[in-house]
Design a protein around this ligand. Structure first.
Ligand SMILES: [Zn+2]
Ligand SMILES: [Zn+2]
Length: 331
């Protein structure tokens, strides 16, 4: 923990923050850093990381839970309902499980928690005057419904051969590569959609709903206005163009839906026996929730640095961000 090591004046404002200013963990930084890239790959794909767990889950769901492409080739209520039920269950188990562990059981107290505060209650800002109930409402209604709609439509298109599909047997290299590229695609798509959502008109009408969560928790991740859900989930349309397999689609679905809970826990890592075992959120996005007009993307991608919207966690960064916001709303 970096409380005294590099006191940039931010330590009062946060319960915990990583070493500041934030380093540049972008995999696209120039010149390329081979050692860093190898470590990045190993951390994400050669260990039981968040991504590897999501791929395992996608395979399991493909084998045992979601309907087959054969079934999904003819529209019927039954199999769409089946997908919806599974997606509701995934949200309840993953977002609900994380919420239970971190906020109800207080599994690791406030260790590695960014914000001092607990989830809000008794404030009319929220539906049901309760941040968690409000967040659950938006995630489980519009969120899961639209996630299911995008997924069902894509499966119907796949089942009918209207969009290109592959099998791991015939295209093993692309099969693996596509899994590695999907989060990178998703981050690229997210950055631009997110920039659009911060245009004052879109912000005031739609994105503000997600941003009421200054102090985030697992249920905040997928809590969005229906218009934002639609834009955010349009990332799934990549499967309509680029050849993929249902496992890719399911991985992508998990990544966007329940995965959002994993990036919004409000904690940096899950500790097991006092050791960080699973990265579950970044200070990078926590800064976005506190200061709004910075860090629109995710930290592995270079866009914020390239377009001058990177906040490195220092007070200079906070001042620059506040200035940017003032200018945006002056116009
Ligand atoms: Zn967020
Ligand atoms: Zn935002």
């Amino acid at each position: 923990m970096s409380k005294d090591a590099n006191d940039t004046g931010m330590s009062k404002e946060w319960n915990y923050h990583p070493d500041l200013p934030l380093a540049d963990p972008s995999i696209f930084s120039w010149p390329p850093r081979p050692k860093f890239l190898v470590l990045w790959f190993a951390r994400n794909w050669l260990m039981l990381s968040e991504r590897v767990m999501m791929v395992i889950l996608a395979v399991a769901l493909w084998l045992f839970a979601y309907p087959s492409l054969e079934t999904s080739s003819t529209f019927a209520f039954g199999w769409v309902f089946q997908i919806w039920i599974i997606n509701i269950a995934l949200m309840l188990v993953i977002a609900g499980g994380l919420h239970w562990y971190f906020y109800m059981r207080e599994g690791q107290g406030k260790t590695l928690k960014f914000d001092h505060r607990d989830q809000a209650k008794g404030n009319r800002l929220w539906n049901f005057a309760n941040q968690v109930h409000d967040n659950m409402f938006w995630s489980l209604t519009s969120g899961v419904a639209q996630l299911t709609a995008f997924q069902a439509l894509t499966m119907w298109l796949m089942g009918n051969g209207y969009i290109p599909t592959i099998t791991p047997g015939e295209n093993p290299v692309w099969f693996v590569l596509a899994l590695i590229l999907l989060p990178i695609w998703s981050a690229f798509h997210f950055y631009w959609v997110h920039r659009l959502l911060h245009v004052p008109f879109f912000y005031k009408h739609f994105h503000i709903l997600h941003h009421r969560n200054v102090n985030i928790g697992p249920w905040s991740g997928f809590s969005m206005h229906p218009v934002e859900h639609f834009l955010y989930l349009s990332t799934l349309c990549i499967h309509w163009i680029v050849p993929s397999h249902p496992i890719h689609l399911f991985f992508h679905v998990i990544y966007q839906g329940p995965g959002a809970a994993m990036t919004h826990t409000g904690y940096e890592d899950l500790l097991i026996k006092d050791k960080p075992r699973l990265a579950l959120g970044t200070f990078y996005h926590q800064l976005h929730h506190r200061y709004y007009e910075c860090n629109y993307g995710n930290q592995e991608m270079p866009w914020d640095r390239w377009f001058g919207t990177f906040h490195d966690g220092s007070q200079v960064g906070t001042q620059a961000t506040k200035e940017r916001r003032r200018k945006m709303y002056q116009a």
